[in-house]
Design a protein around this ligand. Structure first.
Ligand SMILES: *[C@@H]1O[C@H](CO)[C@@H](O)[C@H](O)[C@H]1NC(C)=O
Ligand SMILES: *[C@@H]1O[C@H](CO)[C@@H](O)[C@H](O)[C@H]1NC(C)=O
Ligand SMILES: *[C@@H]1O[C@H](CO)[C@@H](O)[C@H](O)[C@H]1NC(C)=O
Ligand SMILES: *[C@@H]1O[C@H](CO)[C@@H](O)[C@H](O)[C@H]1NC(C)=O
Length: 276
């Protein structure tokens, strides 16, 4: 009798194969650079599936994820410790990973989706004007709506002689720039210090072709007047950019420049709080 039951059990076990539990379709939202565990397991974790694949709609059609070049070095399976655990860990997520996924065994499949959300810039889409003064510094605010978002690429450019040029690697700004993305990856704000009158231009923070923010820097001479007043912002349509003025003010002495720089940074920080 016992033998019979045992045989029955063996037969059942073999024919049962890997039944996938729960068929609800889940959506997993993650940021670029993050990782996600796509759960999939046989109803019985000790069952080793006869066939098992992970598929994804890559390049418009269902492809084998485990052998795709696109995911190379970014995948981890857990079936070595428990053969029925077919879960897949995808790390270093990219925006192209934002597709439908399917875990499939001989006894069915399970669908899910990964949502990889890139950086949406927060704040005003219109051009913002920030006032600074020679020798002082200004903070150009720019950040992802979600500060935990880690944009894979972002740039700060400025329009010089009719072309957008890279600011971060420009000789002109050498040792005068400060970023904050190491403390908060989605904070792309930039501080330009030791301002010069020729810095008066439009600056653009961008994380993509459509995602960008423009900020106009006004560098006004007359250190006494501007150093005691916090920088002001206002909005102007991009067509009405303030004309570049050259003022002949005496250069600030090095000691007052430092003080001014601090004050200006402080007021700019307050200003950013209001802006964001
Ligand atoms: C885990 O799954 C992979 C992919 O199907 C397979 O190649 C591998 O042999 C499995 N490992 C174990 C220990 O079953
Ligand atoms: C499968 O393995 C992963 C990673 O160890 C674990 O997080 C998950 O809970 C396991 N799934 C099941 C159903 O045990
Ligand atoms: C901050 O941004 C710069 C410029 O894009 C980049 O080179 C650097 O790696 C970033 N730092 C961190 C911690 O992400
Ligand atoms: C980004 O960093 C600057 C400097 O620490 C800070 O003033 C600003 O508030 C930060 N922006 C956001 C959105 O947190």
């Amino acid at each position: 009798m016992m033998k019979c039951l045992y045989l029955l059990y063996i037969v059942f076990h073999v024919t049962a194969g890997c039944d996938l539990s729960a068929q609800t379709k889940y959506v997993y939202s993650e940021h670029p650079g993050g990782s996600v565990l796509l759960p999939c397991s046989c109803s019985d974790l000790h069952t080793k599936p006869h066939t098992f694949t992970w598929m994804a709609y890559i390049r418009g059609r269902l492809n084998d994820v485990l052998n795709d070049e696109h995911y190379r070095g970014r995948l981890q399976l857990f079936n070595n410790t428990s053969p029925g655990n077919l879960s897949l860990l995808i790390s270093d997520l990219r925006e192209e990973d934002d597709v439908d996924y399917r875990c499939r065994t001989e006894k069915g499949h399970r669908d899910m989706r990964i949502n990889v959300k890139g950086c949406d810039l927060s704040g005003d889409k219109h051009q913002v004007v920030i006032n600074g003064h020679p020798g002082g510094s200004v903070l150009l605010p720019c950040s992802c709506s979600d500060l935990h978002n880690n944009p894979q690429t972002f740039t700060w450019t400025t329009k010089r002689t009719g072309h957008w040029t890279d600011v971060l690697n420009d000789e002109l700004y050498r040792d005068r720039l400060q970023l904050f993305n190491h403390t908060s990856p989605g904070n792309l704000s930039l501080v330009i210090s030791d301002l010069r009158e020729e810095d008066q231009r439009v600056y653009r923070c961008s994380t993509g072709l459509r995602e960008y923010r423009d900020i106009w820097i006004n560098v006004k001479g007359g250190r006494r007047k501007t150093s005691t007043r916090p920088g002001k912002t206002d909005r102007r349509p991009p067509s009405k950019q303030p004309p570049s003025k050259t003022t002949h003010s005496p250069p600030a002495s090095s000691s007052t420049t430092l003080e001014q720089g601090k004050q200006q940074t402080h007021s700019s920080l307050l200003l950013v709080d209001i802006l964001l």
